[in-house]
Ligand binder design. Structure first.
Ligand SMILES: Nc1nc2[nH]cnc2c(=O)[nH]1
Ligand SMILES: [Zn+2]
Length: 464
């Protein structure tokens, strides 16, 4: 047995087409492969479908127990939403008529204040975890609210429904508009420590805490300092927002006059590390991107939100040229869609809008964006040792896609479309699954199953 071969037994074997990104290739297509998942949910082997007899002997599974994919089906890695506000899901699809800073005061803070009520929280958080799983988000990096108990509940719900998640209790000690929706720096520090301690004590296998200063305009230097220390002492992930709008960048200059830049504010409080993900970054300078590169911090590109709130258009090509890690995010509810397929489409749209402005622009390809939605997201969250593609040894986080669902949105005109065309059609046209309680015939959804760490989590198994 070689060093990356599994010692656990084989639980499932699938045969068919597998499409994923690698560190070298944006889209690698593996046709007629057998993929074995061990009892711990990890990918134990990938081999040729023609070698089923040899592999079944070697790995000890029955050839008849192999799940065979259909002609128009493929597996792709689950998608990674690097930035989503679970607490804002209740008003997703509404309230997009103001710029960021007014939008926060008018819509966001009043809603987030409601999460003191745990039943309200349970209802919204159950909906958002189920919705994102059905949409193919196998890993989500969540903002909750300032409320510790409701944030712990979000972690529990993600665990119970089987989603891989980073969960952040939001920290903020400045709020001039709704004074009761904030904490003191000491409360925030204390509650962040309680949140981390209690979440880790649960030992959920796929859910981890993430230190979450809302953004510099909502946090004093004292609070940022506390949070940098907590993250450093516990080797934790960090998430926040940066340079989303020009107005916000000017405000940070006013609030933090002694710092070189917005990025410097976070950097000098130990909040830029290789486990940091910052949302947006539309207006970062070259110098700031250099600091991202040096520290290993990443950017969550949230194109729906950037357009919906008229914040800016992130030049993803420029970020990639700086060799800064980048994943995609929905940023619900600044972004109106919780679907990562939407994030893929808006990423391509934004890149094409930049091309309209400058015809020499090096437009992103759908293959590159596919990589950003999967492997790129897992790298941005520093989770790529465990997820992001179909490498042996990683967890099996996967979507079973059927591009030929009866009555679905994808027309396969000549039925000779190869896997790459099927992938492109799915990314641009595909829809997600509908609960099994509704009859499948005539269903128009294309993500028919979702797996996280080897476990099928969609369709949901309703508890009696
Ligand atoms: N889009 C977005 N930007 C923010 N900046 C600070 N808070 C938020 C938020 O909730 N949404
Ligand atoms: Zn956000």
């Amino acid at each position: 047995m070689s060093s990356n071969e599994s010692a656990a037994g084989i639980a499932h074997v699938y045969r068919g087409t597998f499409v994923h990104a690698t560190y070298h290739t944006a889209v690698e297509i593996l046709e007629d492969r057998l993929l074995g998942v061990d009892t711990e949910g990890k990918i134990a082997f990938i081999g040729s479908g023609k070698e089923v007899d040899r592999l079944s002997q070697k790995w000890g599974f029955e050839a008849f127990a192999v799940t065979q994919l259909g002609q128009h089906e493929f597996f792709m890695p689950g998608m990674v939403d690097t930035h989503i506000h679970a607490s804002q899901y209740s008003y997703a699809g509404t309230a997009l008529d103001m710029p960021l800073l007014q939008w926060l005061n008018m819509y966001t803070f009043p809603v987030e204040a409601c999460y003191k009520d745990l039943e309200f929280a349970r209802n919204v958080y159950t909906h958002v975890v189920k919705r994102t799983l059905r949409n193919g988000t196998t890993t989500a990096c969540y903002f909750a609210t300032i409320h510790t108990d409701a944030s712990l509940l979000l972690g529990q719900i993600a665990n119970d429904l089987g989603q891989r998640a980073l969960v952040g209790k939001v920290c903020m000690d400045t709020n001039n508009f709704i004074p009761h929706y904030k904490e003191t720096p000491d409360e925030s520090e204390l509650e962040t420590n309680r949140f981390i301690g209690e979440l880790l004590k649960k030992k959920y296998p796929l859910v981890r805490p993430v230190v979450t200063p809302r953004f510099a305009p909502s946090c004093s230097a004292t609070l940022l300092g506390h949070l940098g220390e907590i993250a450093q002492n516990n080797d934790l992930h960090i998430q926040s927002h940066i340079s989303e709008t020009k107005e916000e960048v000017s405000l940070v200059k006013e609030l933090f006059p002694d710092y070189d830049s917005y990025t410097d504010v976070y950097h000098r409080h130990n909040l830029l590390t290789d486990k940091t993900v910052m949302a947006h970054g539309c207006h970062l300078t070259d110098g700031e991107l250099k600091l991202f590169r040096e520290t290993g911090a990443s950017i969550a590109h949230c194109p729906n939100s950037n357009i919906s709130l008229c914040s800016g258009m992130l030049d993803v090509r420029r970020v990639l040229n700086h060799k800064v890690k980048l994943g995609l995010g929905t940023d619900v509810a600044g972004g109106y869609s919780p679907s990562m397929l939407d994030a893929v489409r808006r990423t391509l749209d934004t890149s094409k809008a930049l091309t309209i402005q400058d015809t020499q622009y090096h437009t992103l390809t759908f293959e590159e964006v596919f990589r950003l939605a999967t492997l790129g997201g897992s790298q941005a969250l520093s989770l790529d040792e465990n997820t992001g593609n179909f490498e042996v040894g990683k967890d099996f986080d996967a979507l079973r896609v059927n591009t030929d669902a009866a009555g679905g949105p994808i027309d396969l005109i000549n039925h000779g479309e190869g896997p790459k065309v099927l992938l492109e059609k799915f990314l641009n046209l595909g829809l997600f699954y509908f609960p099994l309680s509704i009859p499948c015939s005539g269903d128009d959804r294309n993500i028919v199953e979702v797996y996280v760490a080897g476990k099928r989590v969609v369709p949901f198994v309703e508890r009696p």
